[in-house]
Design a protein around this ligand. Sequence first.
Ligand code: 13P
Length: 248
Amino acid sequence: MRKRFIAGNWKMYKTTKEALAFAQGISSLELPSDVVVAIAAPFTQLAALQEALAGSGVRLAAQNMHFEDEGAYTGEISAPMLAEIGVDYCIIGHSERRQHFGETDETVNKKLKKAIASGIEPICCVGESLEIRDGGEAEDYVASQIQKAFSGIPGGEAVGVTVAYEPIWAIGTGRTATPEQAGDMCSHIRHTLGTLYGTGVSEKIIIQYGGSVKPDNASALMNTRDIDGALVGGASLVLEDFWTIILA
Ligand code: 13P
């Protein structure tokens, strides 16, 4: 039985002061025992949040990392640096990083390997643009992203990777994929993982949907066979909304 996993991606929002107020709020609530909850916060907030969320059950995630342990990479943060302050997860290959910061399938693959080696659980993002979907190429495109991301990663390590299917056209647009569209693609992702590793592995991998997940659509999206959770952007910034999604 796969766990439910709801992660909030705060992107470049919230000051540390605002983050700590959120942490205080969520710490006063009792998390459902069958849901893993994580917050992916900006780097500057991670150490403070680690302390503020201690004992709450809420796990901590970063939004990006470099694929080398150290080096002359001005402005970058490495996996050992994140591990040192108790970060549990790291989002890797978000479409915003692919679009604006030159992330490629190759760097995603390197980062996945480095995260795993550093004891950080990756949340690997994949998803197609509207152009690709309208051209009828979405399934092939996403399968190719999956194959490249997992290249050279053995099955025993692949089970610890969470995949987040985030169609670019649904991110921040209010245009959510229908439960059928999202569910079908997540099944296709699990099938692709099955061809790489066999169903013994693919049935264990947690797959999230992301893209305009809101309190009013979360439960329909989560009630599909292959969607095990959500990667939530905008709605994770407001505690009440995020909490409603966790309960859904
Ligand atoms: P929104 O929920 O704001 O559409 O963002 C989704 C996302 O990109 C999460 O990583």
